[in-house]
Write a protein that binds this ligand. Structure first.
Ligand code: MRU
Length: 347
C-alpha cells in the first residue's frame, strides 16, 4: 500500500494530513488541516471521500475544533462542542459513518463525566485515534471475510472507489481483492469510470494499478455488454449506508449495476464495516440522498460538455434494494440480507 488517505501528525498539538483526492491521479498533494473548517470543506469538496474515511477525518475534525474551545466549565465546553459536531455531520448527509464517528466521540466524552475541560479534549483525540486504528483492522478483516469468493481466472467488477482511498486501511470492496491477491489468486478487476466525478477512473484504477492488480477500465455504459459476455463472475461494491432490511445506498449507478447483475445471475456483494449499518432506518426510502452541483454533470474534469444553461440531475447516491444483494462482507464474516438483524444486532 503506497499512499495513505489520511494521517494524524504528532500529538495533541498536531494536525490532520489529508491526501487531496480531487487531484488524483495526476498529482499527489496533501491538505494540512489545523482547524475544523478545513476538514469540513475537504469533506464537502470530496478531497477526502468514501464513507469510512470521512468518518475518521470527521473524528479528527471534531478534535481540531474542540482544541480551540475556550470554556470555563465542562458544561459550557460540551455545548460548544455540539455545535461543531452538528456542523461536521452536515457536511455530507448520506454516508452514515460520518455521523457515527462524531456521535461515538460525543458520547464517549459525555460518559467521562469529567470536571476538567483539558481532560475532555484529550479524550476526544484518544477516541478519534481509536476510530482510526479500528478502521485499519476492520478493513483487513473485511478482506479476509470476502477473499474466498474470488477464484483463479475470474473477472470481477467493482464500482466507484471502496479502496484504501475511501478508508484509513486497505478498503472494503478492494480489501477483498487485495487479500485474494495476497493469497495467490490471479483475476481481472473491471472498473467502470463512475460518472459524474470519475472515482473509478481517477481513483480505483489508479490505486489497483499502484498495487499491481490486473485492472481494466471501462465506461459506465459498457457494463451490460461485459456481463452478457459472461466476462464478469462477481460484483463487489462498497456502501454508504445500509438499512435494517438490507437496502444499500452507494455511489449513483450502483443500483443499475445490481439490476444488471441480477438479470445475468451474477452474485452481487456489498463490502462494508458494521459502522455503515443504520438500524434506526427500516428501509432505503428513509436514507437522505445528497444532491450535488449540476456542474459536476455538465462538465467533465472542469470542462463543460453540455451547452450553457442546460439543467442537470445530480444525486450522488442511489439505493440498491436488498433483494439484489447476495450478501454483506463485514468484519464479522459474510451475512445475508435476511439474517442482518439477527447476526448484527444480537452479536
Ligand atoms: O461520493 P463518494 O466518492 O464519497 O462516494 C463513495 C462511495 O459511494 C463508496 O463506494 C462508498 O463510500 C464505500 S467506501 C468504502
Amino acid at each position: 500500500m503506497k499512499v495513505k488517505s489520511l494521517e494524524w501528525i504528532k500529538g495533541e498539538n498536531g494536525y490532520l494530513k489529508l491526501l487531496d483526492q480531487t487531484l488524483l491521479p495526476h498529482k499527489v498533494r496533501y491538505i494540512i488541516c489545523k482547524n475544523t473548517d478545513i476538514v469540513y470543506r475537504a469533506i464537502q469538496a470530496l478531497a477526502v471521500r468514501g464513507a469510512p474515511a470521512i468518518g475518521v477525518a470527521a473524528g479528527y475534525g471534531l478534535y481540531l475544533g474542540a482544541r480551540c474551545i475556550k470554556a470555563k466549565t465542562p458544561g459550557e465546553f460540551l455545548k460548544r462542542l455540539e455545535i461543531i459536531a452538528q456542523k461536521l455531520i452536515s457536511a455530507r448527509p448520506t454516508a452514515v459513518n460520518l455521523a457515527w464517528a462524531v456521535n461515538r466521540i460525543s458520547s464517549s466524552v459525555h460518559k467521562l463525566n469529567s470536571s476538567s475541560v483539558s481532560e475532555i479534549k484529550k479524550q476526544i483525540l484518544l477516541e478519534a485515534k481509536a476510530i482510526h486504528r479500528e478502521d485499519i483492522v476492520t478493513c483487513d478483516k473485511i478482506g479476509k471475510s470476502g477473499s474466498g469468493l474470488i477464484r483463479n481466472g475470474m473477472g470481477v467488477l467493482t464500482y466507484c472507489n471502496a479502496g484504501l482511498l475511501a478508508t484509513a486501511g486497505s478498503g472494503t470492496a478492494l480489501a477483498v481483492f487485495y487479500q485474494a491477491k495476497k493469497e495467490g489468486r490471479k483475476f481481472k478487476v473491471y472498473v467502470p469510470e463512475t460518472r459524474p466525478l470519475l472515482q473509478g477512473a481517477r481513483l480505483t484504477a489508479w490505486e489497483l494499478k499502484q498495487n499491481k492488480l490486473d485492472v481494466i477500465l471501462l465506461c459506465d455504459n459498457m457494463i451490460g455488454k461485459l456481463m452478457s459476455e459472461r466476462k464478469i463472475k462477481l460484483v463487489v461494491t462498497g456502501a454508504d449506508r445500509i438499512t435494517a432490511n438490507g437496502d444499500t445506498a452507494n455511489k449513483i449507478g450502483t443500483y443499475q449495476v445490481a439490476l444488471m447483475a441480477h438479470h445475468h445471475r451474477i452474485p452481487f456483494y456489498v463490502a462494508a464495516p458494521l459502522s455503515t449499518f443504520d438500524f434506526k432506518l427500516r428501509t432505503g426510502k428513509e436514507i437522505p440522498i445528497e444532491f450535488r452541483p449540476e456542474t459536476e454533470v455538465t462538465c467533465i474534469a472542469g470542462k463543460p460538455v453540455a451547452a450553457k444553461g442546460v439543467p442537470a440531475y445530480n444525486p450522488a447516491f442511489d439505493v440498491t434494494p436488498s433483494e439484489f444483494i447476495k450478501g454483506f462482507i463485514t468484519e464479522k464474516g459474510i451475512i445475508t440480507p435476511s439474517h442482518l438483524y439477527k447476526e448484527i444486532v444480537h452479536v
